[in-house]
Design a protein around this ligand. Structure first.
Ligand code: NAD
Ligand code: UFG
Length: 338
């Protein structure tokens, strides 16, 4: 029997790649998105790349009545919940917007699932819940802490899911803690399309490479890392998409709640990534080392052993593929989906 998955935020960066993978794997996919940070064009392209159809519903996860109608009209087997806001700096300036959109949005989605008897959920959490880790690599049992409202919204939702599971063990919950998602589908047709000046490293480098920005500002050259710049665990978005398919399969095999790191297990510095991108695009890219960005940690990378063992998932793509695919997307779509 074909499983039907509701994907909230399915038009966004990670959501669109995951919808593509779910269609390829034979799932029926319903997308709920308010398009506050995405374009319907991403979903048009997912459909033309796969030759399959998505059901697309324009709506907000905070709209409980619309959610109840959606669950009444469709036989949904599982939900993948991406919908949320994700800009750390904006969350400091507008905390209520983040708590409303992310935390209230999750409450309203879970209430609708509860009423409809849908119990399987894959939730987009983040490595940000580990704060400044005491040691590396990070395993799922590390203490959690956060430094900003965005991170706290993720942690609050994780805690809420634990409470829900304690109250009713028929819930089946996979909490995926993503490290640093980068790259694009190898076709160059879908990718990351940040609004305004990119906050994240790879989209910023890509815009320097395409000539939209003059140089990269490297935030800090005095961290305790091999070249002084910050180290992260970059993960190809197609590997991440595969992780969601594996998590859905895990939900059908096991009953319970678990958090999984989705990362490669390897750390690369800002300058490592800049040089990998230079190799991908065949250009030298200008950069300047400036002060550290407040709130940044020096190094962060995953121990992905648990996901390998429980989900049968492992990241397959390295930094060269991440940069080559990000560059293809950037070159073919210099202004994103517009
Ligand atoms: P994104 O902004 O590209 O996608 C989020 C999608 O959700 C967008 O299409 C947006 O329009 C939609 N959305 C937002 N609020 C909504 C609402 N109230 N109702 C309906 N739709 C809504 O972000 P992304 O990078 O694809 O991230 C997806 C999820 O993964 C987010 O929850 C994010 O916090 C989490 N995450 C992202 C990263 C990252 O670096 N990209 C890292 C860790 C975790
Ligand atoms: N960096 C620069 N210059 C830039 C942008 C970033 O030097 O213009 C550096 C940062 O200082 C950091 C590294 O590049 O060392 C990565 O920065 P990103 O902003 O791309 O990613 P972060 O690790 O800061 O945060 C990301 C997401 C968060 C998420 C976290 C953990 O943006 O939402 O990964 O998953 F919580």
């Amino acid at each position: 029997m074909t499983s039907t998955v509701l994907v909230t935020g399915g038009a966004g960066y990670i959501g669109s790649h995951t919808c593509l993978r779910l269609l390829e794997c034979g799932y029926r996919v319903i997308v709920l998105d308010n398009f506050s940070n995405s374009s319907p064009e991403a979903l048009n392209r997912v459909q033309s790349l796969t030759g399959k159809t998505l059901e697309i519903i324009t709506g907000d996860v905070n709209d409980g009545a619309a959610l109840n109608t959606l669950f009444a009209r469709h036989q949904i087997d599982a939900v993948v919940h991406f919908a949320g806001l994700k800009a750390v700096g904006e969350s400091v300036a507008e905390p209520l917007m983040y708590y409303h959109n992310n935390v209230s949005g999750a409450v309203s989605l879970l209430q609708a699932m509860q009423s409809a008897g849908v119990r399987d959920l894959v939730f987009s959490s983040s490595a940000t819940v580990y704060g400044d880790p005491a040691s590396l690599p990070i395993t799922e049992d590390f203490p959690t802490s956060t430094t900003n409202p965005y991170g706290r919204s993720k942690l609050m939702i994780e805690e809420m899911l634990r409470d829900l599971y304690r109250s009713d063990a028929s819930w089946n919950l996979a909490l995926l803690r993503y490290f640093n998602p980068v790259g694009a589908h190898p076709s160059g047709q879908i990718g990351e399309d940040p609004a305004g000046i990119p906050n994240n490293l790879l989209p910023y480098i890509a815009q320097v490479a395409v000539g939209r920005r003059e140089h990269l500002s490297v935030f800090g050259g005095d961290y305790e890392t091999h070249d002084g710049t910050g180290v992260r665990d970059y993960i190809h978005v197609m590997d991440l998409a595969e992780g969601h398919v594996k998590a859905l399969q895990w939900l059908t095999r096991k009953q319970g709640l678990a958090a999984f790191n989705l990362g490669t297990g390897s750390g690369y510095s800002v300058l490592d990534m800049l040089h990998a991108f230079e190799r991908a695009c065949g250009k030298t890219l200008a950069y300047q080392i400036v002060d550290r960005r407040p709130g940044d940690v020096g190094s962060c990378y995953a121990d992905p052993t648990l996901a390998a063992r429980e989900l049968d998932w492992k990241a397959e793509r390295g930094v060269n593929a991440m940069c080559a695919d990000a560059w293809r997307w950037q070159q073919q779509n210099p202004n994103g989906y517009n």
